[in-house]
Design a protein around this ligand. Structure first.
Ligand SMILES: [Mg+2]
Length: 238
């Protein structure tokens, strides 16, 4: 995890990064596709069956970014359950989610991702996934883009998830590219912190004020090619 006291150490790592980027490691949710709506639908179905008052406003206001256990606690409010009941409810929610993402297809790629993957592949840049999602591989298959990926690190890969750097370091090791030659593409502050802590370049996609720690921030990848990213990155660090 990035701590205030580590800033000097991280700065030293960043200075050693290599501008000859040889791999791109993508976050999944919010970068490649947006599964938030499908998560909402599966929580809503569980809430309706359990007769818990719930709606999209409640979901977006309190559950975004929580892991599945904490999200269930939030949904249940004051209702107490034991660990077996917790596992049963989480399994039901995940089953509903898997059912809902059956509807995912190539149309659900976020703007610009399809072109960027094609360009990276053509440029000989390795492509990996670094996602905390436990269903990441299935989502990539449904989107029809899994063949672009040299390696997929997901929520099963490492014990410490973002903002720990572990998932990105694990992905880099698996594709045999040094961290200092990897670029992480992320939409969340915790992911940006994880990429920097791994000693990698980081491109944030989304609002600047949320991702200001990244080397480069773009509001979207729509119309952005690989050469554009390299040029902007070079400009930002020179
Ligand atoms: Mg994300």
């Amino acid at each position: 995890m990035v701590k205030i006291g580590d800033r000097h150490q991280i700065a030293m790592v960043i200075l050693e990064r290599d501008p000859q980027i040889a791999a791109v490691i993508f976050d999944l949710d919010g970068v490649i596709t947006d599964t938030v709506y499908f998560h909402y639908l599966s929580w809503q179905r569980l809430a309706d069956e359990e007769q818990i008052p719930f709606d999209k406003l409640t979901h977006d206001g309190g559950m975004l970014g929580l892991n599945r256990e904490d999200a269930l606690c939030y949904l249940l409010g004051d209702r107490q359950i034991d660990s077996i009941q917790q596992q049963v409810l989480l399994k039901r929610k995940n089953d509903y989610y898997l059912e809902s993402i059956d509807k995912l297809n190539n149309d659900h790629l976020l703007p610009g991702i399809g072109n960027l993957l094609v360009q990276l592949h053509a440029a000989g840049v390795k492509i990996a996934l670094g996602s905390s999602s436990k269903n990441a591989e299935l989502v990539l298959k449904r989107l029809g883009i899994e063949h672009f990926f040299n390696f997929m690190a997901d929520g099963h890969s490492v014990p410490h998830l973002k903002p720990a750097p572990d998932i990105f370091l694990y992905a880099a090791t698996s594709i045999a590219i040094e961290p200092r030659r990897c670029l992480v593409i992320e939409d969340a502050p915790a992911g940006v912190a994880a990429g920097l802590a791994a000693g990698m370049w980081v491109l944030g996609v989304g609002p600047f004020d949320r991702l200001a720690q990244a080397d480069l921030v773009l509001p979207t990848l729509a119309g952005v090619g690989w050469t554009d990213i390299l040029a902007k990155l070079k400009y930002c660090v020179s």
